[in-house]
Unconditional design. Structure first.
Length: 524
């Protein structure tokens, strides 16, 4: 190619503007985590035009940058990005059937991916594995999922009890970095998953110095005994009913202030071997008080309406139907149901009829006023201050934040796949995308740019790639693949992160000009 050429300035134009900044950042994270080399090694080469390692990159980048369906990747997202040129995979080679086959190829790589990410993130962030946070969530299906035996109806965190679901258990570090996950049947209860997860994590990281942080929904005596028998430690939440055992401690002194509105105190277990941490929050007390008042008003308003209806009805109502109606009312407002004693009694003024008799139980109100904002933690750790134990338990919010990110930001839900292996691959793609998400989050935190990953990705997505076409005097056109220059805010972000976006992709290319005859010049 000559170093200089005469350009027809009037004919200079821009063509094929593509999304660049976000997918370029995604590929940078992909290579930083070594996922390009991993999938090149573990996915066997076949006769497909597009290798499995490239399909894995496309699926994960689609989930990271603009999460949606495989059909959306084929029709909308992939053609709109600069990935065809960056990866060398033509647009027509990325179609739904190939993407589905890519999911099938990914299905058996879970253990290798978890092992690789554990090692790579340990190198990048000096990860400690002595404190593990564990939680379970669910994600629902659109459709009957008849070909997936794990799709069952159970307790839905998404409030979609009408849909089948699967349960996903996730283990993260104290910083929220993902270590592993398991998929369970949709009707599996949380407490039955703990032993399986503990054994799986111990097989990967060993038993020594392992501290488990679990929510109260995971806890029963068998699970805690299982952890103790294996030499493990735990900090767990407890059912609210256990708070009654420490009613006297709520009124006594000895509290330690952690924050302005939070105080804690140690309460040794009568049986020994464990310690309970009593916590009390003013903000939580105000919230629970408002909830009790709201539910109380609903119950009393409904009882007043029912009493008026019984006082005016001519026909004696069926007592069993009335009791069921009262039961439904209390069930919908369970946080204040214990406040009321409700009975159906004979109406002396109207023989053969009943009336509603109810009263507030003062002992319930007294306990509610004392216990609002209070909760109880349980641990077998020794030598820890109460504020340290509370802070350890509150790190469980990192596991909850991980689920929020995977389900909302990375759109794990709902699941449209009906075949079990593709559902597993779908979860694996979201898990890898979350590892990239946390890597970027740690990166920008270290650069003092906050924690907002999605705003950063959207900001860089405004950087485009386009073809600049230069007509020349030789009758051919010179095509340059250029990247738009970052504006001031983007330039500051990139500088703070210590990265530099290229100004051009590849080498200039010559393109022959195809001349078409005007219809007016044709002979008839």
């Amino acid at each position: 190619m000559p170093e200089s050429v005469t350009v027809n300035v009037k004919g200079v134009r821009v063509e094929a503007t593509k999304d660049f900044g976000d997918v370029w950042l995604g590929l940078l994270l992909w290579s930083t985590l070594g996922l390009d080399k991993l999938f090149k090694r573990i996915l066997p080469e076949g006769r497909e035009e597009v290798g499995g390692d490239l399909l894995a990159a496309i699926l994960v980048l689609g989930r990271f940058c603009e999460p949606s369906s495989e059909l959306h990747i084929e029709n909308t997202w992939y053609p709109r990005t600069a990935l065809p040129e960056m990866l060398g995979v033509a647009q027509e080679q990325v179609h739904v059937q190939r993407l589905y086959r890519g999911l099938d190829e990914l299905c058996g790589t879970k253990q290798a991916v978890e092992k690789h990410l554990r090692c790579r993130m340990g190198e990048l962030f000096n990860v400690e594995y002595d404190l593990l946070l564990y939680d379970v969530t669910s994600t629902y299906f659109e459709g009957q999922a008849e070909r997936n035996p794990q799709a069952q109806r159970g307790y839905s965190r998404d409030k979609r009890f009408d849909c089948k679901q699967i349960c996903i258990a996730l283990v993260v570090t104290a910083d929220g970095l993902p270590l592993g996950y398991e998929i369970f049947d949709g009707n599996r209860t949380d407490v039955t998953t703990v032993e399986e997860i503990v054994e799986a994590m111990e097989a990967k990281y060993g038993r020594a110095r392992r501290i488990w942080v679990l929510d109260r929904g995971m806890v029963n005596e068998d699970n805690l005994a299982f952890i103790r028998q294996r030499g493990g430690s735990y900090v767990v939440g407890t059912p609210r009913t256990m708070l009654r055992q420490y009613e006297r401690s709520l009124t006594e002194s000895g509290w330690t202030s952690v924050y302005e509105d939070l105080e804690v105190k140690l309460c040794p277990s009568p049986a020994g071997g464990e310690t309970f941490v009593l916590c009390r929050s003013k903000a939580r007390a105000q919230k629970e008080k408002a909830m009790h008042e709201r539910f109380s008003k609903r119950i009393e308003a409904a009882l007043a309406r029912l009493a008026d209806r019984l006082a005016t009805t001519r026909k004696r109502p069926d007592n069993s139907k009335l009791n069921r109606q009262i039961g439904r009312l209390l069930g919908k407002n369970s946080r204040a149901a214990g406040k009321y004693e409700i009975n159906l009694v004979d109406d002396a003024d109207r023989p053969g009829h009943v009336k509603l008799a109810w009263r507030c139980r003062p002992e319930w109100s007294d306990w509610a006023a004392l216990s609002e904002g209070a909760y109880l933690l349980r641990t077998n750790l020794v030598g820890q201050k109460p504020e340290q134990l509370w802070k350890t338990y509150m790190q469980l919010t990192d596991a909850e934040a991980a689920f929020r990110t995977i389900k909302s930001e990375l759109c794990l839900r709902p699941v449209y796949h009906q075949v079990q292996r593709r559902v597993h691959a779908h979860v694996l793609v979201a898990f890898i995308a979350y590892a990239m998400w946390k890597t970027l989050q740690k990166w920008i935190q270290n650069c003092r740019l906050g924690r907002g990953v999605r705003p950063l990705v959207e900001e860089l997505a405004r950087i485009k790639c386009c073809h600049v076409v230069l007509p020349t005097s030789s009758g051919r056109e010179l095509q340059l693949r250029c990247v738009t220059k970052p504006d001031e805010s983007q330039r500051i972000l990139l500088k703070r992160m210590g990265i530099e976006i290229p100004s051009r992709l590849g080498q200039p290319r010559w393109r022959e000009v195809v001349k078409t005859e005007s219809p007016c010049s044709q002979d008839f």
